[in-house]
Design a protein around this ligand. Structure first.
Ligand code: ADP
Ligand code: KDG
Length: 319
C-alpha cells in the first residue's frame, strides 16, 4: 500500500519569463498540484501514488515518465485515447505578477470517474490527498473525489484536503457548495488565509474572521485546520483546542507558484513521520521555502538529506 494516494490533473506546462509573444522562449515542464505533492513526497522517501488520466499523446507520455523518474507510483494512472492531455501557459507578465492560461476543458483528466479510481482505492493507502482543483474539473472528477473521501474515511485513512481555489476554474460560491459535503470525511484541511472564506462560504451562517471560520470547520468534523500565510509561515488549530504557529524560513524569492503544494507535501511527510504539530509545520515551511527559492513548481524540492540545506548562510558554496 502507498503512504499517500493522490489524483487529479497534470498538464504539459510552458513557463514564459515574460509576456506571451511570437518567438518568446518558454521552459517546458509538467504541472499539477497533486503530482507536485506526489513528487515532493517521493523525494523525501515516502511511497506516493498518483492516479489520474492523460491523453494518448506526447504530453501524456512526458508526464508519466517524469513522474516515474521521480519515483512516483503510477500503476493506477490511465491513458485515454479519446481526449488530449491538458495544457497550461504561465506568463511572468511583470516581475512579481504571474498570469496562467489553461487548456483543460474536455481534457483526458476531466473524464475521470469514480470507477477509474477503484483499483487505486482497493490497493489501499495510509493517507488520501485531495484538492479543490480536481473538484472543479467537472461532475465526474467531483464524484470521484467524493467517493474517494468516503472510502478513505470508512477505511480509517487520514484524509487531507487542500482547498487550492482556482478562480479560473470556478467561482468561490460553486467551490464552497462542492467542498462542504466533503468536510465530514476530512481529517486535515489545508488552506491559505484568503481561501478560508471559500470553504466556509457555503455554511448557512458565514463565520466572520479567521478564528470563527476555523471554529466552523472544526465543528464540521475536521480534526486539524492548517492555515498558510505566505512569507509569514503557517498556523494550525486542532479540534482538541491546540494552537501552533511557525514562521516561514527566510529565503530569496524566485517563483512562488507551487509553494502551497510543496508546503502540503512537507505537512504530509511530517504526519507520516509522526512529527509533532510544530515539527509538521516546520517541515511544511521548509518545503514551501525550497519551492519559492527555486524556479518551477516542483523541480527545486529537496531530497531527505537536503532538508537542512536552507539553514546555511545566504550565498554559501558547498565544496
Ligand atoms: P499558496 O502558494 O498556496 O498561496 P502560500 O503563499 O501561503 O500558499 O505559501 C505556502 C507556504 O510556502 C507558506 O506557508 C510558507 O511556508 C512558504 N512560503 C510562501 N512564501 C514564502 C516566502 N516569501 N518565504 C518563505 N516561505 C514562503
Ligand atoms: O499549485 C501549482 C498549480 O497551480 C499548478 O501546478 C497547476 O494544478 C495546477 C492548477 O490547476 O493551477
Amino acid at each position: 500500500a502507498a503512504d499517500v494516494l493522490t489524483f487529479g490533473e497534470t498538464m504539459l506546462a510552458a513557463q514564459l519569463p515574460g509576456p506571451l509573444a511570437v518567438g518568446a522562449e518558454a521552459r517546458t515542464t509538467i504541472a499539477g498540484a497533486e503530482s507536485n505533492v506526489a513528487i515532493g513526497l517521493a523525494r523525501l522517501g515516502h511511497r506516493a501514488a498518483w492516479a489520474g488520466l492523460v491523453g494518448d499523446d506526447e504530453p501524456g507520455r512526458l508526464i508519466l515518465r517524469t513522474l516515474r523518474g521521480e519515483g512516483v507510483e503510477t500503476s493506477h494512472a490511465g491513458v485515454r485515447p479519446e481526449a488530449p492531455t491538458g495544457g497550461m501557459l504561465r506568463e511572468r507578465r511583470v516581475a512579481d505578477l504571474v498570469r496562467v492560461h489553461y487548456w483543460r476543458r474536455h481534457s483526458a483528466a476531466s473524464l475521470l470517474a469514480p470507477a477509474d479510481l477503484a483499483p487505486a482505492l482497493d490497493a489501499g493507502a495510509r493517507t488520501l490527498h485531495l484538492t479543490g482543483i480536481t473538484c472543479a474539473l467537472g461532475p465526474g472528477p467531483l464524484e470521484a473525489v467524493r467517493e474517494a473521501a468516503a472510502h478513505a474515511h470508512a477505511h480509517g485513512w487520514t484524509v487531507v484536503l487542500d482547498v487550492n481555489h482556482r478562480q479560473r476554474l470556478w467561482t468561490a460560491e460553486d467551490a464552497g457548495k462542492a467542498l462542504l459535503p466533503l468536510l465530514e470525511h476530512v481529517t486535515v484541511l489545508i488552506a491559505s488565509d484568503d481561501e478560508l472564506p471559500v470553504v466556509t462560504g457555503a455554511f448557512t451562517e458565514q463565520p466572520q474572521g479567521e478564528d470563527a471560520a476555523v471554529d466552523a470547520l472544526l465543528a464540521a468534523g475536521v480534526r486539524e485546520v492548517v492555515v498558510k500565510r505566505g512569507g509569514e509561515g503557517a498556523a494550525l488549530r486542532g479540534r482538541d483546542g491546540s494552537r501552533h504557529a511557525v514562521p516561514a524560513l527566510r529565503v530569496p524569492v524566485r517563483d512562488t507558484v507551487g509553494a502551497g503544494d510543496a508546503f502540503c507535501a512537507g505537512y504530509l511527510s511530517g504526519l507520516l513521520d509522526g512529527l509533532s504539530p510544530d515539527g509538521r509545520l516546520e517541515r511544511a515551511n521548509t518545503l514551501g521555502a525550497f519551492a519559492v527559492a527555486s524556479d518551477g513548481d516542483w523541480e527545486g524540492l529537496p531530497r531527505r538529506d537536503e532538508l537542512g540545506l536552507l539553514a546555511a548562510a545566504p550565498g554559501t558554496t558547498f565544496r
